[in-house]
Write a protein that binds this ligand. Structure first.
Ligand code: URA
Length: 243
């Protein structure tokens, strides 16, 4: 078994097509995408087993388990979220809690079969703050996102080689592009094979994180959901529900 190196790495930089550029990256380290350091690509099953022992950052200490990606290892679409939530941490599976149920409803409406896709997160351990008996979600910081996405997301993408990556929210977009990427400006269109944080070629669709929809005011929620569904419809041509 190959254990991950627990040393933080420098954040990746990516060049996004001009039309799709978000705000200026927060770091000014111009590099080409980091190539995989492996000589062969491990399978998703091998990566999942390896990731179960991940100690690359301190988040493993309080989490129940690593929540690795799930779905079809030959998927044409990979969805990337932020990090597992409370329910996912307990179940060991991504997007099974309230945000996942909302994602499922939106995918069904958009005509995308989740079972034909692969769903994962930028960060593989639940980060939270205990409050009484509750565990309150805490956003992963830049270093945690950078370490975890280099360690695991890059390898998942190499193993699957999807045609489309859907970044759900800002943390996912940061992990996919390797730099801060505005959601409002970049959502809702296919970005054709931008340079990513890792050296694979795939189209990218940026949209909101489903948990954002759980937080919008009641009067705006239906419209926000429709917009999310419209974004996801763009993924349909990569893997229609009847494929
Ligand atoms: N939010 C995420 O980003 N990922 C999950 O798996 C669940 C909630």
């Amino acid at each position: 078994m190959i254990h991950p190196t627990p040393s933080p790495r420098s954040p990746r930089r990516a060049t996004v097509k001009k039309s799709a550029r978000g705000p200026r990256p927060e770091t000014q380290t111009p590099t080409t995408p980091r190539p995989s350091t492996r000589t062969s690509t491990p399978s998703i099953t091998a990566l999942r087993e390896e990731a179960a022992h991940c100690r690359a950052c301190p988040l493993y200490k309080n989490a129940t388990q690593t929540v690795f990606g799930a779905g079809r290892a030959t998927a044409r679409i990979v969805f990337v979220g932020e990090q597992p939530g409370d329910r996912e941490d307990l179940a060991g599976k991504p997007f099974v809690g309230p945000a996942g149920q909302l994602l499922d409803r939106a995918l069904e409406r958009a005509g995308v079969d989740r079972a034909a896709t692969y769903v994962t997160n930028a960060v593989k351990h639940f980060k939270f703050e205990p409050r009484g008996k509750r565990r309150i979600h805490k956003k992963p910081n830049e270093q945690e996102v950078s370490i975890c996405s280099h360690q695991w997301l890059d390898q998942e993408l190499h193993a699957i080689e999807p045609e489309l990556i859907v970044a759900l929210g800002a943390t996912a977009a940061r992990a996919v592009f390797g730099k801060a990427t505005a959601i409002g400006k970049n959502r809702g269109h296919i970005i054709s094979k931008p340079t990513l944080g890792t050296d694979i070629a795939a189209d990218v669709l940026v949209t909101v994180h489903p948990s954002y929809l759980l937080r919008v005011p009641d009067e705006d929620r239906a419209a926000a959901f429709e917009q999310f569904v419209d974004d996801l419809k763009l993924a349909r041509k990569y893997a229609p529900a009847d494929s």
